[in-house]
Every structure is written in structure tokens, then in C-alpha cells.
Write a protein that binds this ligand. Structure first.
Ligand code: GDG
Length: 488
């Protein structure tokens, strides 16, 4: 292991993701980058600023290739860099982006991978646009890539890209990470044969292919075997001239950041304010508006809880935050109306002038308020009907420095594979949700702490920095394996 860590890459790190992690605003004829504080950004930064020494020994900035909402004209001639990143915007014509991003990615791959085949739309124009857009990302790579650069491609928007890079740059190291569930073969095979094959072969252009869980790995390996005839030995696929490693790397969160936030005065104020104003048991949930998040079933589960356990009336507040997303699309608007109506009905049926069972917000929250709610709540109710990983539950656990609180977690979230001390529920079974809420409220504090401690330890040990390091260690190991095979 020590040897591996000493083998730093000398090239640059090139991240390719659908979006750039910056908002670019042009002020006084100068472009300013406003960096998002998302998990992936801090994770990749950790590779060059790692406590145990950087994985990348190059002093150059991290190169980030991604779609920009700015126009080419706006960014012309601007240096798009800050101290750490050099941004390379990809411009995608609006009609192409519509069929590529809204179409192929969000109307087909997203529902299929989240087990909603009835919502999947199959359209030849979508796939054509997907190929064109992946090629636009490739063209940008082609402009900037240097020998020794390591390219890390992210997610389902860029599944054809690894092989495009491999064809022209056989010697560069390429990683690919898939952030959503890879579906079982019975769903994957719903794609037309040529699309399936293009996707599998596209992904297999990478040296290391990562998923969140072992199940997703197994499903992908089965697809590789049945679609393209590639067998594997212990997750290694031998592609005649090279080897691909397919493995699980459960993404995580910055444990210390959330743990330390507990004592941040703004977080403490938000926590105290929530506790004082609600002054009863608090259930909290936050998610983007999406059918995969199981919001309606969660509400029905809470309704069942109120119906079956009337002793809890006037003693509980369910704070449910839904973050606006894709709400220009009709299907999402309908979902939003259904949520609005369901919340209204439950509050009307069970509430009174002193008590409103559900406090519902359709907006995003600032970070200190989010962690304030994580740490004020007695229960986090996280019930996606399908979720690649789900970071909210890990953030909830990491932020509970007080070692209290109960996590109710859907068995359909990738995170359930790691967080067995949560109260695990079936998100479609509303009685299961209702009972879990009751059990959570009745759980003695010592048991809460015992469960929290176990989960916190696990997330602390494998935080987002360990995740990136793990991925890049596998790349290094593979390089050694290649070397060994070359010498045989
Ligand atoms: C994909 C996969 C996988 C949410 N609302 C607010 C807010 N958030 C932050 C949370 C969390 C993130 O957004 C959402 O986490 P997800 O896990 O759902 O991540 P996504 O990027 O949406 O989804 C998912 C993930 O990739 C990583 O691989 O886990 O399964 O679908 O960090 O804190 N943050 C603030 N206010 C909000 O209102 N500040």
C-alpha cells in the first residue's frame, strides 16, 4: 500500500462532468468564477491537497471540462481559472442540448435507471443528440489533453466518452464513475440493441469503472457479458490489450465539515430556533423534486402514522423541504401539485388552529439552515423509491456530533448497504414507514447513540476523501497490473 501511495501521477487531473462547478459571471469585461461547494469539488481538491500527500504531484491546476450556460461570445478571450481550477466550457447548441440532456439523459436514462420504465421515452433524435454532445465533450478533451494526464469522466451524461478518448489516446489513464443506480439487466435490455452496446462499450473505454454498490457492479458486469460478450474474473475484464477494473466505491461526504458545523454559531442558532419554535418531536426530510425520491409515499406513511397512533397528535412536526427541480416539465408540475394537495389534505384532516402536522417548503435552504435542521430533528425520514447513493442521510449522520437522532432510511437507497443501523424501511410500504416513525420516537437515547456511533464511525473512516483516494489507488494498481502483464 505504501508503495502505491508513493506512485504519484505526474500528469494533470482532468475532470469531465456534464456541468462546470462554477457560475461564471462577467463583470467589467472580466469573467469571475463562483465555485460551487459540492462534494465532488472538495473531493477532487483533496487529491491535490491530501493530508497523506497529494495523489497528483503535478503543480498544475485541475482541469475541469463541462457544459456552460454562458454563450461562447460571453466567454471569448477570458481566462477561466481560479487558484485551483482551470475551467474549459463546452458549448452545446440549444436544440442538441434539449434532445441530449432533457431527452436522452432525463427522459430515458434517468427513469430507466430509477426503475420507472413507463416514464422512459425512446426517441432516435435523443440518441443522435447524445452522440453529438459526447463528441463535443471529446473535442474539448482533444484540445487540451497532454501525455500523462488522468481523465476522470463523471456519470450517465457521458457514457460514450471513455471509449472516444481511449481510441485516440490509448495511453492516458481514464476513470469513469456512475452516480445513479445501474439497473438490473431486465431494465437495461429495454434499450435498443445498438444503444445498449454503444453504452457498454463506451463505458469500458475506461481503466477503472466505479459504481456505488456491489449490486450495481454485478448488474453492469452482467450487461457487459450479455451485450458485448465480455466476461470478467473477480471484476477484471480482459479486453485483449488492456484490463478494465469494475468495482464499487460508495461515495461519501466530508465528515469533518458536517461534524464541525454542529458548533458553528449560525448552525447552532438555526437549531435552537427550530427547536424553540416547534417545541415538539421533529421529523425532517429534504430532497429535490423528483419521482425517484418517494415523496408521496412518505407523506402517506406519515398520514398512516397519524391515523394509527393518535397519541402523537399535537406532539410532532414534520418539516418537509422540497427543492425546486425540472419544474418546467409537465410531469414534474403534476407531481408538485400532487404533493401540495396531499400536504394540504393531511394538514386539514389532522391539524387544528394550534398545530400543523406538516411544515412544507418548496425552496432550497442555505447550508447553515440545512445543518441546523439536521441537528434539530429527532428523525430524518429518507424514503427514495430508488437512489444511487443518497448523500442527505450521510450528511445527517455526520452532523450529529451529539450522537442522537434516528435515521429512517429506504432500502432502495445505495446508502442502505452501508447504514444497517438505520431503521430500514420499504419506501412503498406506508405501514412500514408509520411503524418506523413510532419506533424512532420510542427509541431510548442509549440505543440512538449506539446506532449513531456505528454509522458515524463508518462514514468518518470512509469519507469523501477516502472515496477519491480509493478510486485513484485502484487506477494505480491497475497500472502495475498492466506493467506485470507487459513483462510476462
Ligand atoms: C446523484 C445521485 C448520489 C439538497 N437540498 C439542499 C441541499 N442539498 C444537497 C444535499 C446533498 C445534495 O444536495 C443531494 O444529495 P444527493 O445524494 O441526492 O445527490 P445528487 O447530486 O442530487 O444525485 C445520488 C449522488 O449523485 C452522489 O453520487 O448520492 O443518488 O442521484 O449534498 O445536502 N443543500 C443545501 N440546501 C438545500 O436546500 N445547502
Amino acid at each position: 500500500m505504501e508503495n502505491l501511495k508513493q506512485q504519484k501521477s505526474t500528469g494533470r487531473l482532468v475532470i469531465v462532468a456534464y456541468r462546470l462547478p462554477f457560475k461564471i459571471i462577467r463583470e467589467n469585461d472580466q469573467a469571475q468564477l463562483f465555485q460551487n461547494s459540492g462534494g465532488l469539488v472538495s473531493a477532487v481538491l483533496s487529491l491535490v491537497k491530501n493530508k497523506n500527500g497529494p495523489v497528483f504531484s503535478s503543480n498544475e491546476k485541475i482541469q475541469w471540462i463541462g457544459f456552460s450556460e454562458n454563450t461562447r461570445e460571453e466567454l471569448e478571450g477570458q481566462s477561466l481559472a481560479n487558484d485551483e481550477f482551470q475551467a474549459h466550457p463546452v458549448f452545446i447548441p440549444e436544440d442538441v442540448n434539449e434532445n441530449y440532456y432533457e431527452g436522452f439523459c432525463n427522459n430515458l436514462i434517468w427513469p430507466l435507471c430509477h426503475y420507472f420504465p413507463s416514464l422512459a421515452r425512446f426517441d432516435d433524435d435523443y440518441f443522435e443528440a447524445y452522440k453529438i454532445a459526447n463528441k463535443l465533450f471529446f473535442d474539448k478533451i482533444d484540445e487540451i489533453i497532454q501525455p500523462g494526464d488522468v481523465v476522470w469522466v463523471q456519470d450517465y451524461q457521458l457514457m460514450l466518452l471513455p471509449d472516444m478518448i481511449r481510441q485516440k489516446y490509448p495511453d492516458n489513464k481514464i476513470g469513469f464513475f456512475f452516480h445513479i443506480p445501474f439497473p438490473s439487466f431486465e431494465l437495461f435490455r429495454l434499450l435498443p440493441v445498438t444503444w445498449r452496446k454503444a453504452i457498454v462499450d463506451g463505458i469500458l473505454g475506461a481503466d477503472v469503472v466505479g459504481f456505488h454498490t456491489n449490486d450495481y457492479v454485478e448488474y453492469f458486469l452482467k450487461a457487459a457479458r450479455l451485450v458485448s460478450g465480455y466476461g470478467n474474473k473477480l471484476h477484471y475484464i480482459n479486453m485483449s490489450n488492456r484490463i478494465v477494473k469494475v468495482d464499487s466505491f460508495p461515495i461519501s461526504v466530508d465528515f469533518d465539515k458536517f461534524n464541525d458545523a454542529y458548533d458553528d454559531p449560525m448552525v447552532a442558532d438555526a437549531r435552537n430556533e427550530a427547536r424553540q419554535s416547534l417545541n415538539q418531536k421533529i421529523i425532517f426530510s429534504v430532497d429535490r423534486l423528483d419521482y425517484s425520491k418517494g415523496i408521496i409515499h412518505r407523506l402517506r406513511g406519515f398520514q398512516r402514522f397519524l391515523e394509527r397512533y393518535p397519541e402523537w397528535h399535537e406532539k410532532v412536526s414534520f418539516v418537509m423541504v422540497v427543492v425546486p427541480s425540472r419544474d418546467t416539465i409537465e410531469q414534474y408540475q403534476q407531481m408538485k401539485s400532487e404533493i401540495d394537495q396531499t400536504v394540504g389534505r393531511i394538514n386539514a384532516d389532522y391539524g387544528n388552529i394550534y398545530w400543523q402536522p406538516i411544515i412544507y417548503q418548496y425552496r432550497s435552504m442555505p447550508y447553515h439552515e440545512l445543518v441546523g435542521m439536521y441537528t434539530a430533528s429527532d428523525v430524518a425520514l429518507i424514503t427514495p423509491v430508488r437512489d444511487g447513493m443518497n448523500l442527505v442521510c450521510k450528511e445527517y449522520v455526520a452532523s450529529r456530533k451529539d450522537r442522537k437522532g434516528v435515521l429512517i432510511l429506504s432500502e432502495m437507497a445505495g446508502a442502505a448497504a452501508e447504514l444497517g443501523e438505520a431503521l430500514i424501511i420499504n419506501p412503498l410500504d406506508i405501514q412500514d414507514i408509520a411503524d418506523a416513525i413510532k419506533n424512532a420516537f420510542e427509541m431510548p437515547e442509549e440505543e440512538q447513540t449506539k446506532r449513531m456511533d456505528a454509522m458515524r464511525e463508518r462514514i468518518k473512516d470512509y469519507d469523501v476523501f477516502a472515496w477519491t483516494e480509493d478510486f485513484f489507488t485502484q487506477m494505480t494498481m491497475l497500472e502495475q497490473e498492466h506493467e506485470r502483464l507487459r513483462q510476462v
